[in-house]
Design a protein around this ligand. Structure first.
Ligand code: NAD
Length: 492
C-alpha cells in the first residue's frame, strides 16, 4: 500500500477545446483536497496531430506516460479525415488497458432522469472482440471482421469485475453476451464468467443475452449493479446507461491495465463552448476521483465526491445542468470554487459517497498457460466462386471432382447456411463459399472425428488450385481435449 504522504507523480494532458478549462478546475480541486500528487504535463491532441504526428503523441511524451504509468487526460479534438489514429485506442492497446470502467448513477432531481435510483458500473473489455480491427475483403461481394476472444482476456476482465464488486461492496455482477448465437467466442466469455463467479460466492451473479440486457438497462437500470461484457456490447451499453442516467456530460471513465491507468471524462472537447468558461468540469473530476481510488487515495476521492454532491444539491450548477433546482448558475472555475468551499461536507439529500479506504489498484491474475490436446479433423476452405448462376450443386460437383482421395467434401455453406448437399433453392448465395472437408473415413454418427494430416490439407489445396478453384482462406477444424473447436453450419 502506498504511504499516504508520499507524493505520486502522474502525467496530465490539458487537451483541446474545453479541456484546459476543465483540467484547471479539476487540478485546483485536487490541490485544495491535498491529494498527494505531482504532475508531468504532456501535449496530446489536435496540435500534435496537425504537426504531422499521426499517433497524436510525440515519442518523448510517450516515454513520460510510460514512466509515470498513471494518466489524467482532458478531452481532445481528433481532426476529421487524414489518417489520424485514435489516441485512446493507441494508448489502450499499447499499454494493455484491458478494462474500461464507467460508473453511471442518477442524481435526481438535480440531474434530469426518468429514474431516481440507478447506480451501476459497466466494466467493458477493452482490447479484444471485433475491436481488434482485423478486417479483410475476401471476395468481390464479401468482407469480414475477425472477432477474437481469448481466455486470458476473459479472465482478466471478469476477475476485475468481481474484484471491483468486492472492494466497492457491490452485491451483484451481471454478464452480458450473445452466446446463443456465438457459442465459441461469446460462449468462452460466459463459461469463464461461470468459473470465476464460483470463486466469489458472496457476490450474486447472473447472465443476460445482450439484446434483452440492453433493453433492461434502458427500462429498469436499478436492477443492475456491476455489468461485465465484451468490447462492442460494452461500448453500446455504456452509452445507453450514461444517457438513461442523464449524465453523459457528468460521467468519468477509467481505462485500467495491470500496471497502467488512464482516467478521463466520457464527453469530448466541446468546441462549441470552448473558451467561454461555462463548461462543466464534473466528468473529468469524476475521472480524477476514480484515479485517486486506483492510487489508494480513496479518502481524498470520497471527500471530493461528497463536496461535489453537496454543491449540486445546494443548487450550484453550470449552465448545461441548470434546472428548476438551480439556486446559482455558475461558470467552470466558480463551480470548482463551490466544490472547494464544501470539502469536508457531506450531502444531506443525495446519498453520501462512502468508499473502501483499504484498497489500492485492483490487480488480477490469470491462469498460467495450459496446453491442450489438439486433434486435426478437417478443414474449411473458403472459395471465391460465382459461376453462371451461383448454383451450389455446380460448385459442389466441381469440388468433389477436384478432391484428393484422402479427403471428402462434407458440406458447403453460404453465409453460414448449408446449401450443399440438399440445399433449398430459396437460399440466396453470395460469391463466398465455406467448403468443409473431412477425412475420407468420416462416417456420420459413427466415425465423425477421423483424423486428418496437415499433408492431406496441403494436397487438397494443391488439387483445388490445379482445378482452377480459388481458395481465399482456410480454417483448420480441431478438437481441443476431445471437444469440438468449431461451429456447425446451420443445417449441418
Ligand atoms: P462533445 O462531447 O464534445 O460535445 C457534445 C455536446 O455536449 C456539445 O454540445 C457540448 O457543448 C456539450 N458538452 C460536452 N461536454 C460538456 C461539458 N463538460 N460541459 C458542458 N457541455 C458539454 O462531443 P462532439 O461535439 O461530438 O465531439 C467534439 C470533439 O471531441 C471531436 O473532435 C471528438 O472526436 C472529440 N471527442 C474526444 C473524446 C476524448 O478525448 N475522450 C471523447 C469524445 C469525443
Amino acid at each position: 500500500m502506498t504511504d499516504k504522504n508520499t507524493k505520486r507523480r502522474i502525467t496530465v494532458a490539458h487537451g483541446d477545446g474545453i479541456g484546459p478549462e476543465i483540467m484547471k478546475a479539476t487540478l485546483k480541486i485536487l490541490e485544495a483536497a491535498k491529494a498527494p500528487l505531482e504532475y508531468d504535463e504532456i501535449q496530446v491532441g489536435e496540435k500534435v496531430y496537425l504537426s504531422g504526428i499521426t499517433s497524436g503523441i510525440s515519442p518523448d511524451d510517450w516515454e513520460t506516460l510510460r514512466k509515470n504509468k498513471i494518466f489524467l487526460k482532458a478531452p481532445i479534438t481528433t481532426p476529421q479525415g487524414g489518417g489520424y489514429k485514435s489516441l485512446n485506442v493507441t494508448i489502450r492497446k499499447s499499454l494493455g488497458l484491458f478494462a474500461n470502467v464507467r460508473p453511471c448513477m442518477t442524481l435526481t432531481p438535480y440531474i434530469q432522469s426518468h429514474f431516481d435510483d440507478m447506480d451501476l458500473v459497466i466494466v467493458r473489455e477493452n482490447e479484444e472482440d471485433l475491436y481488434a480491427g482485423i478486417e479483410h475483403q475476401q471476395t468481390g461481394e464479401v468482407v469480414q471482421c475477425l472477432k477474437l476472444v481469448s481466455r486470458p482476456g476473459c479472465e482478466k476482465i471478469i476477475r476485475y469485475a468481481f474484484e471491483y464488486a468486492r472492494v466497492n461492496n457491490r452485491k451483484k455482477v451481471t454478464c452480458m453476451t450473445k452466446d446463443n448465437i456465438m457459442k465459441h467466442t461469446d460462449g468462452l466469455f460466459h463459461s469463464v464468467f461461470n468459473e470465476i463467479a464460483a470463486e466469489y460466492p458472496e457476490i450474486k451473479n447472473e447472465h443476460y443475452i445482450i439484446d434483452i440486457g440492453a433493453a433492461r438497462i434502458a427500462d429498469r437500470p436499478n436492477a443492475f449493479d456491476v455489468i461485465v461484457t465484451l468490447n462492442l456490447y460494452g461500448d453500446i451499453v455504456s452509452d445507453i446507461a450514461a444517457e438513461v442516467a442523464g449524465s453523459v456530460g457528468f460521467s468519468g471513465s477509467a481505462n485500467i491495465g495491470q500496471d497502467f491507468g488512464m482516467f478521463e471524462a466520457i464527453h469530448g472537447s466541446a468546441p462549441d463552448i470552448s473558451g467561454m468558461g461555462i463548461a462543466n468540469p464534473t466528468g473529468l473530476l469524476n475521472g480524477a476521483c476514480m484515479m485517486l481510488v486506483h492510487l489508494g487515495m480513496s479518502d481524498k476521492a470520497e471527500m471530493i465526491q461528497n463536496a461535489l454532491l453537496t454543491a449540486i444539491e445546494d443548487g450550484i450548477h453550470t449552465g448545461d445542468i441548470a434546472n428548476e433546482t438551480t439556486t446559482k448558475k455558475v461558470g467552470t472555475q466558480e463551480f470548482a470554487d463551490a466544490v472547494i468551499e464544501r470539502l469536508g461536507k457531506k450531502p444531506t439529500k443525495l446519498t453520501p459517497v462512502s468508499l473502501n479506504h483499504d484498497v489500492e489498484g485492483i490487480k488480477v491474475n490469470i491462469t498460467p498457460y495450459k496446453a491442450q490436446k489438439k486433434d486435426l479433423v478437417g478443414v474449411d476452405a473458403f472459395v471465391d466462386w460465382v459461376g453462371t448462376d451461383r448454383n451450389p450443386d455446380t460448385i459442389g460437383k466441381m469440388l468433389e471432382d477436384a478432391c484428393p482421395a484422402n479427403m471428402k467434401l462434407k458440406m458447403i455453406t453460404n453465409r453460414g447456411v448449408k446449401v450443399y448437399p440438399n440445399g433449398i433453392p430459396e437460399t440466396f448465395c453470395t460469391d463466398h463459399w465455406r467448403c468443409r472437408f473431412v477425412s475420407k473415413d468420416f462416417v456420420k454418427g459413427e466415425n465423425e472425428n477421423a483424423p486428418v494430416a496437415h499433408e492431406d490439407i496441403i494436397a487438397l489445396l494443391t488439387d483445388l488450385n490445379t482445378n482452377g478453384i480459388e481458395v481465399i482462406k482456410t480454417e483448420n477444424l480441431y478438437l481441443f481435449d476431445g471437444k469440438r473447436g468449431y461451429s456447425l453450419g446451420q443445417g449441418e
